[in-house]
Design a protein around this ligand. Structure first.
Ligand SMILES: O=C(O)CCC(=O)C(=O)O
Ligand SMILES: [Fe+2]
Length: 318
């Protein structure tokens, strides 16, 4: 089992990644890919934990005490000024960034009000039945994040999508309609951008999400380089995109053709950003190297009780 950037994992990735760069989209190739990466673990802790089951009790992404909070005793007029600046910042979203074929970053796509809504909704669902838990593997290693699935469950150990969770048989909550509208809008914006820059909209196929994996990283959270490869053969063959929302503290996100952090591209994902990777980038290795403390916009801290850390939602059509 490897921790983030464990060099021993690179050996596995060399074989699978050289395949990635030459991959075709036939079902056979997807099957082979799934075999090649079946040993993947994503950022599991190297320390062994004797429990194979997820930790009990739901996790609240809102703080219950003020411990660890950045100081908020700013005067009201300063808070209002910051809020106004935040709104200005998000009013004129910058031009999307083209990272590579099939991979587009929509900076500041989710406006401030919607970020607050996403946080509140994830908090509500996260403390309920089917909410956040700390996932791990049957050998006892744990991921450095809290996770909740919407639509269907995805289990990192068995790597299977199921209607209910393996460890408690709970059926995950539905994906909220407002989230699906944002995903639609993000794909639409990415397609318009591709068109405007004389590229083919086919670089990013359309999709309608039936699963959303929600991760919450505290300031020491991370996720090792991995591929999202557990979706159906059909979904992978069509190279349907993963659409990823970031809310809260910023993250250092790595991506590339091999599972090697030194060879990976790096991009900062800030609160409100939407990253899309599909088409030729559908099987990229990607992960979260670190979370940058105290980088969440002031309005999130002022308008919600969110803990220090980062919320990430990845939408997929599995
Ligand atoms: O947190 C992120 O930005 C990435 C999450 C991810 O790769 C995943 O959940 O599969
Ligand atoms: Fe992923």
């Amino acid at each position: 089992m490897g921790s983030l950037f464990n060099p021993s994992l690179n050996k596995v990735s060399q074989s699978s990644s050289s395949y990635v760069s030459n991959r075709s989209t036939s079902s056979q190739s997807v099957e082979r890919q799934q075999k090649l990466t079946s040993e993947n673990t994503i950022g599991a802790s190297p320390e062994r934990d004797p429990r194979s089951k997820p930790e009990k009790g739901s996790f609240d992404i809102f703080r219950t005490t003020n411990v660890g909070l950045p100081k908020l005793n700013k005067p009201l007029h300063v808070l209002n000024k910051e809020k106004k600046k935040d709104f200005e910042r998000f009013k004129n979203a910058p031009e999307p960034q083209y990272l590579r074929s099939g991979m587009v970053l929509l900076k500041k796509f989710i406006n401030t009000a919607d970020q607050v809504k996403v946080l509140n909704k994830c908090r509500e669902l996260g403390i309920g039945s089917g909410g956040f838990y700390r996932p791990g593997y049957s050998n006892g290693t744990k991921l450095h994040l809290q996770m909740m699935c919407l639509g269907k469950d995805w289990d990192p150990d068995s790597k299977l999508y199921k209607d209910s969770r393996l460890f408690d048989d709970v059926v995950p909550p539905e994906i909220p309609g407002e989230f699906k509208i944002l995903v639609d809008g993000a794909l639409h914006t990415a397609h318009n951008f591709l068109r405007r820059s004389s590229r083919s909209v086919e670089e990013i196929p359309n999709m309608s999400p039936d699963v959303c994996i929600v991760n919450f990283y505290d300031n020491s959270g991370k996720l090792g380089l991995h591929q999202d490869i557990d979706e159906s053969r059909e979904s992978l063959a069509k190279e349907l995109p993963v659409v990823s929302f970031s809310v809260g503290d910023s993250a250092e996100f790595l991506y590339g053709d091999v599972r090697d952090a030194d060879k990976a591209g790096k991009v900062i994902l800030d609160s409100g950003d939407v990253l899309i990777f599909g088409g030729k980038s559908r099987l990229i290795f990607h992960g979260v190297a670190s979370i940058k403390p105290n980088t969440a916009p002031a309005f999130l801290i002022n308008e919600t009780a969110v803990r220090p850390g980062r919320l990430n939602l990845t939408f997929r059509q599995v």
